[in-house]
Design a protein. Structure first.
Length: 205
């Protein structure tokens, strides 16, 4: 198992975390209970701290008790009326603060019974996590999206992955939860700006 980057400063790592379940699972859909650690990049791994030979990547937990029968029901009853919230599309507005951080947190959601992905804001993502947006119908993910730094890989004494490489890895990681995400995020340099230059005011135009 390899992490996205060769080196992570301590400020980008949160160690010694613990989950009692219903939070993370392995990429083969097994619910994970135990110690874990996470990174500012959005990566989450088993074990309290990184162990190259033992740590395994974790993804957001999905309730596997949702049966194909239920999904088929939603397909047969598209007119079903929901009592919970429905997600709405969110237009990302990148700020100078975001560029100074170099990372933008992005959120995506889709119905389990179709392939249409929409980008939402953190408030809606939190509503999904708390089941105000029905988890039985929708699946959602959070992605740490790189927007500043070298656009391409830089090789000095070590390999420093560029923004394009890092975001491609984020897309691959997100595909464990939403396989169709690569059809939505087709440009790994979306919102990218070379911060050695002045960020134009109309960067979102």
């Amino acid at each position: 198992m390899r992490r996205f980057k060769t080196y992570y400063p301590i400020s980008e790592i949160t160690t010694d975390l613990y989950t009692s379940g219903k939070q993370w699972m392995t990429t083969d859909n097994v619910e994970y209970i135990g110690a874990y650690h996470k990174y500012l990049t959005g990566e989450v791994y088993t074990k309290a701290q990184w162990q190259p030979d033992q740590s395994a990547i974790l993804i957001s937990y999905i309730d596997q008790t949702i049966s194909n029968k239920n999904i088929s029901y939603f397909k047969l009853k598209p007119e079903i009326q929901l009592t919970r919230l429905s997600p709405t599309s969110h237009n990302v507005a990148v700020t100078v603060t975001d560029y100074n951080r170099g990372i933008l947190q992005r959120f995506f959601i889709k119905k389990r019974n179709d392939n249409v992905i929409i980008e939402i804001d953190k408030q809606q993502f939190d509503a999904w996590k708390s089941d105000q947006i029905d988890k039985k119908i929708y699946i959602a993910i959070e992605i740490a999206w790189y927007i500043a730094g070298p656009a391409n890989d830089v090789i000095t004494d070590i390999l420093v992955p560029g923004v394009s490489t890092l975001n491609k890895k984020q897309i691959q990681l997100a595909a464990n939860t939403i396989p169709e995400i690569a059809t939505y995020l087709t440009n790994p340099l979306q919102f990218y700006a070379d911060t050695e230059y002045t960020v134009p005011k109309d960067i979102n135009m």
